[in-house]
Design a protein around this ligand. Sequence first.
Ligand code: NAP
Length: 275
Amino acid sequence: MILLDGKTLSKKIIQKIKSNVDNMPVKPHLAVIIVGNDPSSRIYVKNKKIAADEIGIKSTIIELPESTTENELLMKIHELNNDSEISGILVQLPLPQHINKNNIITAISPLKDVDGFHPENVGKLAIGIEPYYYPATPQGIIMLLDEYNIPIEGADAVIIGRSNIVGKPMAQMLLNRNATVTICHSHTKNLEDKIKTADIVISAVGKKIVRCKMVNKNSVLVDVGIYKDSNGKLTGDIDFDFVSPDCGFISPVPGGVGPMTIASLMLNASKIHNI
Ligand code: NAP
């Protein structure tokens, strides 16, 4: 078994982005909007700022109260879209319930949409045109697979989970690289058989899904899931201890997809499309 070491690769990528940014005459400037007081969101935003600072990407965090209306948030985005100082905009999700997430995602200029969630970027990905930005987690996973020279063309890839941020864009990116893709979800029949025969399995569910004897000796297993188990320990979708002796490659949690997502987001944040 070979470990897909996202922690080490992410450090290499961050160093590369840093040296690119060092050479840029105009530095990228990321605006991060956070609405409300969700503790996890605050930690994510803080970590994004730390990563940006390390690379030399300017960042401005805009903290808005829980009571912010959708209209007020749209006006803030409009202002940032028109601010030539700002090269990237990220609205931390989830948003308070009274704000329609899709209206917000659609309001961000596709040229500044560092999360790659705007319909123009999603649509470009779907029809095989280079988007301004790829969503961070799938882009990070592709970089991880490429680092270990894992063949994607012709591979049978099973993706478990069909979220807009991971499962669906992951499927598009693998399809664009000529993999044969199966997307599984909570209604999928015979999931175990599909996992067992796949060359690449990418699990983005948020609970234990891939267990002992479900994989084959060549399986490449990528664990996107991250949550705390009943003992408060961070864990993923794959039962690492039981599955890892039986597979070809496996990404750990933590230290696999998580750091790759941050590196990939920073790669996006380092791009300037509007200047
Ligand atoms: P999500 O919106 O939480 O949705 C979960 C997906 O899992 C849904 O598509 C659901 O199917 C499917 N599912 C649930 N139970 C299932 C089952 N028994 N069998 C097969 N599929 C099942 O997805 P997400 O936002 O992509 O997050 C998934 C996990 O990845 C979470 O743990 C999240 O924290 C983690 N995550 C990690 C990173 C990272 O950087 N490491 C980034 C993003 C997300 P239905 O659609 O039918 O409900």
